[in-house]
Design a protein around this ligand. Structure first.
Ligand code: NI
Length: 154
């Protein structure tokens, strides 16, 4: 049985059957934080977070991988111009966090414990609207060469 013409005409005309590909831009920044829950006692914070609860802060060299997914555009062969993606991430995120303190300086982290888990969700909220109509597919945030978190918007 063939598909009705009405269904076929709903397909996007700009990229009929172009493959979806995920493209990634890696960026780096450094920032300070203190993992601390002000609702808990100092003793409980120390027990839960150990050295990461140091009152005088500590820093990390973060690596952020930003992945955008969509169809290859026939005219350019690109899914998303990676130079344009770098500019968006720099303006929306890096300029606000690089050489800053997540607890004190970063407006989109106010009231949130600055773990990598919470940071990556906050970064997602800043970036997802900015790459539309392309789709933010995945973020990976490396806090150290051994520890990373990833988020796909779910
Ligand atoms: Ni830390």
């Amino acid at each position: 049985m063939s598909l009705p013409d009405a269904f076929l005409s709903c397909r996007p005309t700009s990229s009929p059957a172009m493959p979806d590909v995920t493209v990634t831009r890696r960026l780096q920044f450094n920032a300070a934080h203190r993992v601390h829950n002000p609702a808990l006692s100092d003793e409980e914070n120390e027990r839960l977070f150990g050295r990461c609860n140091n009152p005088n802060w500590h820093g990390h060299n973060y690596t952020l991988d930003v992945s955008v997914r969509g169809p290859i555009e026939a005219r350019t062969g690109y899914v998303f111009d990676l130079g344009a993606l770098k500019k968006i991430v720099t303006e929306r995120v890096l300029d606000r966090v690089d050489h800053r303190n997540f607890n004190l300086d970063v407006d989109f982290m106010h009231g949130v414990i600055p773990t990598s888990e919470n940071i990556i969700v906050a970064i997602w909220r800043e970036l997802a609207p900015a790459v539309a109509p392309a789709r933010l597919a995945r973020l990976v945030l490396w806090e150290t060469p051994n520890n990373y978190v990833e988020y796909t918007g779910e």
